[in-house]
Design a protein around this ligand. Sequence first.
Ligand code: ADP
Ligand code: NI
Length: 223
Amino acid sequence: MTSQTFSVQEQQIIDAAIEFVKAKLAKDSSGHDWWHIYRVWQTAKKLAQAESADLFIVELAALLHDVADHKLNTGKDACIDTVVGGWLDAHHVDQAIKAQVLQIIHQVSFKGANVATPMSTLEGQIVQDADRLDAIGAIGIGRAFAYGGHKNRLMYDPDENPTMHDSFETYKSSQGTTINHFHEKLLLLKDRMNTKAGKQLAQERHQFMMEFLDQFDRQWWGK
Ligand code: ADP
Ligand code: NI
């Protein structure tokens, strides 16, 4: 365990990132609102302390990880280097730190059941775990249905089977149901956690999703 304190300048950058993200995601109704970022940020801080990671990089990457997300943006608004890189430059963030934060954000997302998503730094592994923990459990269930509604997806169609995607391209363009998303992503996450604490936290959340799916099925078919 380490506890790190920020310089005045670092704290100003974190505070500015919070304001930037709040403004950008304030109206999001797809499960990627400010409170998703807040939860990922808090979880990432806890994991960073347990793993003795660089807190400034972890916090910046956690706060900025969804501002240029491909699911919610198009054109240059979906360009991580432009949106996040531009913001980091405008706030005079050191170039080495900027490179690490951008790398984490490029690597953080899930890209399909059969697509590996390796994370090259401990800081990235932490942010990825924190983001994935918010995709599972009670909150994860809520977010998945919010996203499905936002994207006009069917909640469930018993005639449609899940697809284990082999590429990011097919995963990105899929129009599957929200229940299928559990099989295509959410139920796979507990085995893809990077950190020890992340793996532990994922267990209970995974069990809760299994119970939810079991009840969903029984109630759907009137069993
Ligand atoms: P990632 O970068 O790994 O995609 P995000 O923080 O952007 O992680 O959040 C992904 C969340 O968006 C999922 O956990 C889920 O709640 C929602 N989501 C994404 N795709 C779908 C989908 N096809 N159906 C339902 N929810 C989805
Ligand atoms: Ni996220």
